[in-house]
Design a protein around this ligand. Structure first.
Ligand code: SF4
Length: 140
C-alpha cells in the first residue's frame, strides 16, 4: 500500500477541496493527495509539521509555515487539536479509510468552527459541506 504524509488539519481541508490553492503547483499537489485520500487505499501518516502539501506551498519557508504572522504556531496547534480528536499521536499512520472514518465520527461542525473559523477559506463553507457529505455518504 502506498503512503502519504499529511499535516492532520489537511484532512479537514481535503473534505471540501475544490481544486483551488495558493498557486498552480500547490493546487495540483493538493488535488492529487485528495484523490488518494478519497480512493482510500493509502496509508496516511499524520503529522504536526511540514507535509507533502506544504512542500508545494509558496508560504512555506524551510520547515515553517509563513502564511501570516504566527502561522507556524497556529497551524501546529490546529494539527495537534485534530490529532487529539482523532486519537492518534503525531507521526502515527492510519489507513485513509480509517482516518476518514474517525473524522466522520469524531469531528463536528462545532470543532470545525473552533479550529478553522480564522482560515481564509472558511467563508466559502466548503469544508463544512464536505463534512456533511462525508456524514451522509461515507464513500464521499
Ligand atoms: S499555508 Fe502553511 S500549513 Fe498551509 S500548506 Fe502552506 S505551508 Fe502548509
Amino acid at each position: 500500500m502506498s503512503a502519504l504524509t499529511l499535516r492532520a488539519h489537511h484532512l479537514l481541508c481535503a473534505l471540501g477541496y475544490r481544486g483551488l490553492g495558493y498557486d498552480a503547483a500547490f493546487a495540483r499537489r493538493m488535488a492529487s493527495r485528495v484523490r488518494l485520500l478519497r480512493r482510500g487505499e493509502v496509508l496516511v501518516r499524520l503529522t504536526d509539521t511540514v507535509d507533502e502539501v506544504c512542500r508545494r506551498c509558496p508560504h512555506r519557508l524551510g520547515e515553517e509555515c509563513r502564511h501570516a504572522p504566527g502561522s507556524q504556531e497556529r497551524v501546529r496547534r490546529r494539527d495537534r487539536q485534530v490529532l487529539d480528536r482523532l486519537g492518534v499521536p503525531p507521526g502515527a499512520a492510519l489507513n485513509a479509510r480509517e482516518a476518514r472514518r474517525r473524522v466522520r465520527e469524531r469531528v463536528g461542525e462545532r470543532e470545525l468552527a473552533a479550529w478553522c473559523a480564522e482560515c481564509p477559506w472558511w467563508e466559502r463553507a466548503w469544508c463544512r459541506r464536505g463534512l456533511a457529505a462525508l456524514r451522509h455518504d461515507p464513500c464521499f
